[in-house]
Structures are given as C-alpha cells and as structure tokens.
Design a protein around this ligand. Sequence first.
Ligand code: LLP
Length: 387
Amino acid sequence: MVQELSSSYGTPLYVYFERIIRERARSVLGIFNGINIFPTFACKANNNPNLLRILKEEGFGTDIVTLGEYYASKLAEIPDERIVWNGNGKSLKEMSLLSKVRYINVDSIEELERWKDVASKFDNIPELFLRINPDVDSKTHPYISTGLKKNKFGIPIEMVERALKIVKTSNLELVGFHIHIGSQITDVDPFYEALGQTVELSKSYGFRKINIGGGWGINYKDKELNLSKYREEIIPLLKDFEEVVLEIGRYIIGPAGVLILKVEYVKKTDAKTFVVVDGGMNVLIRPAMYGAFHGVRVFSSECDEKVEVDVVGPLCESGDVLATQRMLEIPKEGSYILIENAGAYGYAMASNYNSTLKPAEVLIAENKEPKLIRRRETYDDLFRTIV
Ligand code: LLP
C-alpha cells in the first residue's frame, strides 16, 4: 500500500484513515455518556475540510483560533452555532467578523474590556467563557503547556472577581469558565486538579456551563492518556453541568494519519549513519521543534540487522531531523519509510522553508479507493503572492 500510494501521489505524502478518525471520535463521545456535551474538533491540529466534514458527521463542530480556521470550517459547512473561538490575541477585525459563532473564550481582562467596548457596535455578541489559568503543571513539553501562571494563557483565579465586575457593568453574557492546561497530556491527575478547581469556582458563581478544553495525550512512544481512568475520575465532576464544551484535536486525528517519505540516501560516516529522506522539518516540524518522538517504519531493507541511525530531511539545518538515535533496519535507497502518528500538528505546521512545496494529503475512505484531499503545491503556488 505504501508503495502504491507513493507511486500514485508522490512523496512526502500525508495519508489519513477514515475508519480511525470515526472510531476515535466515537470513543471520545462514548466517555461522556450521560453528559450534555458540545464537542468541537480543534482544527489547529488539522484543517483539511475533507476531514472536518467527517468529524461533522460524527457530531463535532470546530474550535477555531483564526479567520483561516473559520474559513476551513466554512469549507466543511460547519454552521456558526457549532463553532467555538479561542485565542489570546483577538483583533478588532476578527471580533467584528467572528462575533456570530456559538461561544467565545475570553483570554484576559483586557480582552473582556475590548468586548465591552465593541458590544454595542455588533448586532450580537455570543455567549462568553472566561479562560482560567489554574496554575497546574500538565507535565508535558514546556512549549505546549498552557496552564501554568508563567504561560500566556487565561487569568489567575484571584482575578476572576475583577473580571466579573466588568461583566456586571456591561451587556456581555458570561456563561462559564474555560480551561485548557496543555496538549499531549498523558496523566489524568493534572486534568483532575485543574478541573476540580474550575468546577468549584463555577459552582460558587452558579455557572451551568463549562468548557474543559482538550489536551488528551496519544501513544507516540510508550504512554497515552488512560481513558477509563479519565472516565472514572473526570466525568463525575461534570455531572451537574447543563452543558460541557470539549475542544479536542490530537487524540482524534493524531493516530489517524501517517507521513510517507522516500529514502534518498543512506549516508555513513565514522560517527553516524544518516537516513536522508525527501522531507524534514518542512513537512513535520514536531521532532525539530519539541524533540518529539514519532515511530518510524522501514519497508524495504538491505538486511534485518538493526543499527542506530538518525532520520534526517534535506533542508539546510542540522536541526532538520525526524528521528534521532533510532535502532532501525537500514532502508534501501529509493524505498519508503513511514512516520507514525502524524495526523495532528503535521500538515498543519508544515512550511515552505528552503522554498519546498507543501505535500499532498490522501484519505483512505472506508471501503473505497484512496482519495486525494489536498494536492501537492506547485512552484506557481509558492510564488503566487509575489508582486
Ligand atoms: N483548546 C485550546 C485552547 C488549545 O490551545 C488547544 C491546543 C486545544 C484545545 C487542542 O489540544 P489537543 O486536544 O490537540 O491537545 N503544536 C503542538 C500542540 C499545540 C497545541 C495547541 N493548543 C504539538 O505539535 O504538539
């Protein structure tokens, strides 16, 4: 299959599996049995409208951060009333264009003041959630931790009173608190700690809605979020709410996507063996940016013996790595390797660095032929904005 897909569509190539997307979407919803859930998919993880459409069929709206993500949602025909808008830097232009979505998560007192100012100018300001920074360590990579006081997101609990005073003197409608303490969290305890505080706070102010964010960790290497523990410990905390908003990205789409690359060379020096493939940090930046681990599979090797290799891309940076110090069979030149768990924050974070072209995306639909869902960029695409 890897060989066929690569010859039909070229490499680097992102491939997604519809069956996995649907299964994971259903298992997320299954956890919330008995709770009135408002599920959204965080389309920062993957903005391909063809995939958003599948998630729409599974009952998911979208969590957007930008007008671009709103545009992706519209291409997938996600109605405004299924969209939640997040962000710590909402501009006045965005506010005027996006004030029609279902919910808005307010990140700061300053943003609240801005909403208060513009409230009279826009026909309708939707229901607001206030993002709390519970100062909880989510024990994930520091770049994707968001719930510590030193992180830029949300307001500390001590400032909630001030925020509520602003709301009282306005015609804004605040309906609850929002938390999102980070991404790729594999431990239930930080969720419990942060949510416990937020639930208590919500109850003390009589809020009937809550937004619990996303952040569920997947198994890149050897650990993932324990869903039955999550169900046992977290779900009971949510029982009394009229509505629970969820913003989940990686957990659904991460394991549903892989990245196929072609081996150009196997370069051996007296220090190391490098497997040089035809895409690197331009197509998947997570290993370079966070030191993230992604499993690598070799399909066609010279022999079965495993040796320590670095899998590297073709770009002009030493940091252009996909995997380091990995015990792998040496692949044959011209053969293909596959990077696992590449569905989330893969294509979405791809760049044109070194004037490379962004890859194509293919969907393996249930019981159907593979389908191209985003074509590979061309050099015309690359320079179409030049004037
Ligand atoms: N809600 C908010 C407010 C968020 O900031 C995020 C992710 C999510 C929901 C969805 O989180 P998820 O369920 O996907 O963990 N680029 C990084 C991840 C950044 C996550 C940003 N916020 C990575 O590649 O690991």
